[in-house]
Design a protein around this ligand. Structure first.
Ligand SMILES: Cc1ncc(COP(=O)(O)O)c(C=O)c1O
Length: 451
């Protein structure tokens, strides 16, 4: 197989394979980043790409957004580490105030900071148990919450994450999420809310609801394949939680910060979560996470949940600048508008491409579900990987996700220019045609691990 990467990229990848842990990367193609700006990435050999991945829904404001860069630069000249375990600094206060103000829910809130989406889930689990005195945690099949032990215990998406590492945390229960394209109960739309009935059945038969501390949910399941629940599902789930005194934990690590066309996806359904979990786009790529919770729940004591470099001042100022850019440039509205355009585009391509089974999402969090045939909906994971490969060859960074690994992940920076967007869509269209005509050989799959 001819490798399309240049000699410099090739060398880095060869060296990497000798020293970088294989559990720490999902393999696609040999993209060695040397520079990134806005919606563009350049590799080590100078080749330019449009970015449809945004570093896994992180660079919502674009790579190196000038305002974010400026905020980090200024802070670099003051101090890099303040250690908020022992000291105070205003940047962290300002950010906590801002997060409590912009997150849904009209009640006093407090914030616990960390470094990654995974640790925010672990924090939320500890918070739920300490606040309620209950131990059981519910989450959804298909959910991805991260790789630390708590987050991993809540996740239910990949055997590769779970094999051999157990025992995981006890008292975790996974229930089906309403995936209306491939319903776990084999039901055809409109949804009959079997997933809610299932939870109620568990509560009637073997899980005493008064022992359940929290239900953790992604408002739109991301890595499961961009699964948008039907209209009344989340509000009704919230009602069930209220009825039984169960904390309603909104995991917005992937959906947050305007990605779905609202600052937080919970706003699509007017939810008022007890706890909201944030990371990824929160600081445009600087490491930061946050557990934003009802103030009255935070009765826990140090050192139960802290990290030495939590709320790093560089990350805090980057986050404040990120939020400012999202608000000033109305990026939520922009995501909604561009997202509609992209969904219309892929829906219209269904006429030409039998491979496209379903197009779904909100804002600029979109999944294109590829199938072997529309009747059986059998997932076509190989085709999805080949499309990513051909797109990469033609200058587009595209990845897959989904519980079957067959969904194209469409998540460009929210600042992407319209001409870049059109070019990227053309690249995907051509890649789909090439794959349908058998022009992308099977041997590319050797390099493509995918989900
Ligand atoms: C919904 C969701 N939660 C949690 C995580 C884990 O975040 P991190 O990789 O920053 O620990 C991810 C990452 O993909 C995610 O998509």
């Amino acid at each position: 197989m001819q490798s399309p990467e240049g000699p410099r990229s090739k060398k880095v990848v060869e060296r990497d394979s000798k020293v970088f842990s294989p559990a720490d990367r999902i393999r696609y193609y040999s993209l060695v980043v040397s520079k990134a700006e806005g919606s563009k990435i350049w590799d080590a050999d100078g080749k330019e790409y449009i970015d449809f991945l945004s570093g896994a829904a992180v660079t919502n404001t674009g790579h190196r957004n000038p305002k974010v860069v400026e905020a980090i630069r200024k802070q670099l000249d003051r101090f890099i580490h303040g250690c908020s375990i022992y000291m105070y600094y205003e940047e962290v206060v300002k950010l906590a105030e801002k997060l409590t103000e912009i997150t849904p829910g009209e009640f006093p809130k407090k914030v616990a900071f960390g470094l990654s989406g995974s640790d925010s889930n672990d924090g939320a689990i500890k918070l739920a148990r300490t606040a309620t005195g209950r131990t059981k945690i519910m989450s959804f099949i298909g959910s991805y919450h991260g790789t630390t032990f708590g987050a991993l215990s809540a996740s239910a998406i990949s055997l590769k994450m779970r094999r051999k590492v157990g025992p995981l945390l006890p008292e975790f229960y996974h229930v089906p999420f309403p995936d209306c394209y491939r319903c776990y109960f084999g039901h055809e739309p409109p949804c009959n809310m079997q997933c809610l009935k299932y939870i109620e059945t568990l509560f009637d038969m073997f899980i005493p609801p008064e022992e359940v501390a929290a239900i953790i949910f992604e408002p739109i399941q991301g890595d499961a394949g961009i699964i948008v629940p039907p209209g009344s599902f989340l509000p009704r789930l919230q009602d069930i939680c209220k009825k039984h005194g169960i904390l309603f934990i909104d995991e917005e690590v992937q959906t947050g910060f305007a990605r779905t066309g609202k600052m937080f996806a919970a706003e699509h359904w007017n939810l008022s979560p007890d706890v909201i979990l944030l990371a990824k786009a929160i600081a445009s790529g600087m490491p930061l996470s946050a557990v934003v919770a009802r103030a009255d729940l935070m009765k826990w004591e140090a050192p139960l949940n802290f990290f030495t470099t939590q709320a790093n001042p560089l990350s805090c100022v980057a986050s404040l600048a990120t939020i400012e850019v999202i608000q000033e440039e109305r990026l939520a509205e922009r995501a909604e508008k561009l997202g509609k355009k992209i969904m219309d585009h892929f829906n219209s391509l269904k006429k030409e491409h039998e491979l496209i089974g379903d197009v779904r999402g909100k804002g600029l969090l979109i999944g294109v579900d590829l199938v072997k045939d529309r009747e059986s909906k059998e997932p076509d994971r190989k085709a999805a990987l080949k499309i990513c490969w051909r797109s990469w060859e033609n200058g587009l960074v595209l990845a897959t996700l989904g519980r079957f690994g067959n969904v194209l992940r469409i998540a460009p920076p929210l600042t992407i220019r319209e001409e870049e967007l059109e070019k990227a869509l053309e690249i995907i269209d051509n890649a789909i045609s090439d794959v349908e005509k058998g022009k992308v050989p099977d041997n590319v799959l050797k390099q493509m691990g995918g989900w």
